[in-house]
Design a protein around this ligand. Structure first.
Ligand code: HEM
Ligand SMILES: *[C@@H]1O[C@H](CO)[C@@H](O)[C@H](O)[C@H]1NC(C)=O
Ligand SMILES: *[C@@H]1O[C@H](CO)[C@@H](O)[C@H](O)[C@H]1NC(C)=O
Ligand SMILES: *[C@@H]1O[C@H](CO)[C@@H](O)[C@H](O)[C@H]1NC(C)=O
Length: 326
């Protein structure tokens, strides 16, 4: 008996040690914090905000474009600014991958932020953190919620063309595929529905909503014909014609996106999938009833998305120019 009690104590002690090691591992994998630049570059927030605000004052859509850059960066090898790297004759980046080619925009604004920040504190702030802060400032400038951005990310020296093609969901996705592509990044279905609310701002090209407005049945008839008038059914014709993701207020960040879904006026097939008789209907309903519930879950989702496998410590680098490695 005494021997087995001692053995049991050893097992318990071992388990305690394993749990402590696991906790230590988890905390060292997540070194982002809101205070990372408190001493090294406290001015970064003012600098980012002022460039973002003037870019949006010049063109309202730019806020949406910047938010999307953050999403497309984080879904490919984590939030590491891999998306910002330009292609060269010897380097294939992510900009030409299907979800990005002819579609992602705002790189000049990120360049302008980077040069303002480099003047202030040379070599300190990563391009990956600039994306995270600029995305938050864009949401706030367009009327959305505010939150403290966790920082301390470093920039990649690599990019993944195939990752951009495989990880970022296409607008043809059904609910199950949307859910699994977010799950692959450690994001829940609830996060997916809340983060999709970013489609309350910005524009989409005809090529991305053509099939939905001509062939889907889960769409309001009047809305479909309005959108058809700006988007020919023939593939290749008018592919780049734009329509607002939120037909009511595409430059204001509120819960209208979900109201549109209730009225079967989602622009993308993937949008309407969130309210189509499935498991996420109730969540969409709840955001229609409560904008503050949407805002709270959107913030939770953005913080979680910003935590996707960052480079920290001495990994990667602080790029001098966001478009190329040092
Ligand atoms: C749930 C899966 C998602 C799909 C299938 C999807 C798909 C798309 C597509 C096809 C466009 C239009 C691109 C074009 O036609 O050029 C778009 C635009 C946009 N997306 Fe998403 N998206 C998703 C999630 C998100 C998330 C999580 C965010 C940010 C948190 C986001 C932010 C945006 C914004 C702001 C725009 C407008 C960009 C602009 O006007 O420049 N999207 N999305
Ligand atoms: C990117 O888009 C351009 C213009 O539509 C096209 O010519 C090019 O082939 C595309 N690149 C890739 C890699 O698909
Ligand atoms: C959804 O996922 C299935 C299984 O992985 C795949 O076969 C299908 O092509 C995907 N559909 C879309 C629209 O992404
Ligand atoms: C609609 O579906 C039909 C039959 O599958 C297809 O031939 C046609 O190209 C589709 N049209 C659009 C605009 O997607």
């Amino acid at each position: 008996m005494a021997a087995s009690a001692a053995a049991a104590r050893r097992v318990v002690a071992l388990l305690v040690i394993l749990v402590l090691l696991a906790l230590a591992g988890a905390s060292s994998a997540q070194q982002l914090s809101t205070g990372f630049y408190s001493y090294s570059c406290p001015g970064v927030y003012g600098a980012v905000k002022s460039v973002v605000e003037s870019a949006i004052a010049k063109e309202k859509r730019m806020g949406a474009s910047i938010v999307r850059l953050f999403f497309h960066d984080c879904f490919v090898q984590g939030c590491d600014a891999s998306l910002l790297l330009d292609d060269t004759s010897s380097f294939q980046g992510e900009k030409m991958a299907t979800p990005n080619n002819g579609s992602v925009r705002g790189f000049e604004v990120i360049d302008a932020i980077k040069s303002a920040v480099e003047k202030l504190c040379p070599g300190v702030v990563s391009c990956a953190d600039i994306l995270a802060i600029a995305a938050r400032d864009s949401v706030v400038t367009l009327g959305g919620p505010n939150w403290d951005v966790k920082v301390g990310r470093r920039d990649s020296t690599t990019a993944s063309f195939s990752g951009a093609n495989n990880n970022i969901p296409p607008p043809s996705s059904g609910l199950a595929n949307l859910t699994s592509l977010f799950a692959a990044q450690g994001l829940s279905q609830k996060d997916m529905v809340a983060l999709s609310g970013a489609h309350t701002i910005g524009q989409a090209r005809c090529t991305n909503f053509r099939a939905h407005i001509y062939n889907d049945t889960d769409i309001d008839g009047g809305f479909a014909s309005t959108r058809q008038s700006g988007c020919p059914s023939t593939s290749g014709q008018g592919d780049n014609n734009l329509a607002p993701l939120d037909l009511q207020t595409p430059t204001v960040f509120e819960n209208n996106y979900y109201k549109n879904l209730l009225a079967k006026k989602g622009l993308l097939h993937s949008d309407q999938e969130l309210f189509n008789g499935g498991a996420t209907d109730a969540q969409v309903q709840s955001y229609v009833s409560s904008q503050s519930a949407f805002f709270a879950d959107f913030v939770t989702g953005m913080v979680k998305m910003g935590d996707v496998t960052p480079l920290t410590g001495s990994a990667g680098q602080i790029r001098k120019n966001c478009r190329r490695i040092n």
